[in-house]
Design a protein around this ligand. Structure first.
Ligand code: GLA
Length: 399
């Protein structure tokens, strides 16, 4: 009997040791499978789709890379130059993806080299289904082969769409490409473009670096009934803030700033809210032909610093009173970024109280206007400003 008890004791000790060893081993592993160490702040770059659609070519992408440098976008933090749909035409007899030789005569590797030589990074697009949204070959069944090809070309970023996927399970399909990218051995930012259909914020932290939360953005303030206008997309972000963080971001879609469907005031609101939301900043306009106002919006370093704050806490809507809203975001240095947002047709006074920002009411805090680039002084308990129709006032409040 005694021997049996002893044996039981050893058995218990053995299983405790095994459990302890396992937990040490597990804690040494990455905390989640997509832990590729990339996108610790929201990715910044440019993508061809919003302005050029299927009309992509080697010259267009080279021109965008050139303009990203010459316009000051690179200096402001933009990094990835991404070709969206329509660069691919077929597969060869071995199943390798074939780029459009007319539009990309030097091939994708040479294009990636060109982008890299500018000190930028290179991105590409595919789809989890049999075809892309524009009907080009998708990656279904070719995930590992495609990932190896991307790595060989020097791809740094993959946007992966969800057309022609039939009844596929999104978590599984995107997980397959995540594993394929990992197996390729090259660090590649993985951008999920599943339009929020299967609520990727609930599972994609383990899969990709960013996930679209909605369908495609339209370049308008509040346009056609079914289109996802700027303000509709903003509304759909409310409540998703807890799912984002370093390495895994909510993506309310690429920027429309500069594409002509909204006013400069509205584009400033669009950009301000994207930065408050810790959204990926993927410009979607013609970088070669930007007006001074548009360039000024896209390269405002103080506003971009809010987007890129290292704490990685996405901002949220703290108040909505009809057409007036207050959005706020906690920053690493203890300050708060605040957007006073007027959706109405008339100029309106909008205020924010320190208590709404999580500060004591009596606190005296410095206020800086991030668009005027001006310190406004110290304020106790509250700050208010007149906000133009469809506009914002974006401030930083620092105790
Ligand atoms: C989908 C995506 C867009 C774009 C197009 C390309 O609609 O959501 O962002 O990539 O496909 O066909």
């Amino acid at each position: 009997m005694q021997r049996f008890v002893n044996r039981l004791g050893w058995y218990r000790l053995g299983s405790y040791c095994l459990a302890a060893a396992c937990s040490i081993l597990l804690s040494a592993l990455p905390s989640h499978a997509s832990d590729n160490g990339l996108a610790l702040t929201p990715p910044m770059g440019w993508n061809s789709w919003n302005k050029f659609g299927c009309n992509v070519s080697e010259d267009l992408i080279k021109g965008a890379a050139d303009a990203m440098v010459s316009s000051g976008m690179k200096e402001a933090g933009y990094e990835y130059v991404v070709i969206d749909d329509c660069w691919q035409v077929s597969r060869d007899a071995s199943g390798n993806i074939v780029a459009d030789a007319q539009r990309f005569p030097a091939g994708i590797k040479a294009l990636a080299d060109y982008v890299h030589a500018k000190g930028l990074k290179f991105g590409i697009y595919s789809d989890a289904g049999v075809k892309t949204c524009a009907g080009r070959p998708g990656s279904a069944g070719h995930e590992y082969q495609d990932a190896l090809q991307y790595a060989a070309w020097g791809v740094d970023y993959l946007k992966y769409d969800w057309c022609h996927t039939g009844k596929a399970n999104a978590e599984w399909a995107y997980g397959t490409m995540r594993d394929a990218l990992k197996a390729s051995g090259r660090p590649i930012v993985f951008s999920l473009c599943e339009w929020g259909t299967a609520k990727p914020w609930l599972w994609a932290k383990d899969v990709g670096n960013l996930w679209r939360t909605t369908g495609d953005i339209s370049d308008c303030w509040d346009c056609k009934k079914d289109a996802l206008s700027f303000v509709k997309i903003v509304d759909l972000q409310d409540g998703l803030e807890t799912y984002a963080g370093p390495g895994h971001w909510n993506d309310p879609d690429m920027l429309e700033v500069g594409n002509g469907g909204m006013t400069t005031t509205e584009y400033r609101s669009h950009f301000s809210l994207w930065c408050l939301l810790a959204a990926p900043l993927i410009a979607g306009n013609d970088l070669k032909n930007m007006s001074a106002e548009i360039k000024e919006i896209l390269t405002n370093k103080e506003v971009i610093a809010v987007d890129q704050d290292a704490l990685g806490i996405q901002g949220r809507r703290v108040r909505k009173d009809g057409d007036t809203e207050v959005w706020a975001r906690q920053l690493k240095d203890g300050s708060r970024a605040v957007v006073l947002f007027n959706r109405g047709a008339d100029e309106t006074q909008i205020s924010v109280s320190w208590e709404e920002l999580g500060y004591p009411a009596h606190l005296s805090a410095g206020v800086r206007d991030l668009w005027m680039k001006k310190d406004l002084g110290k304020f106790a308990g509250t700050y208010g400003a007149k906000v133009s129709s469809h506009g914002v006032v974006m401030i930083k409040v620092a105790p």
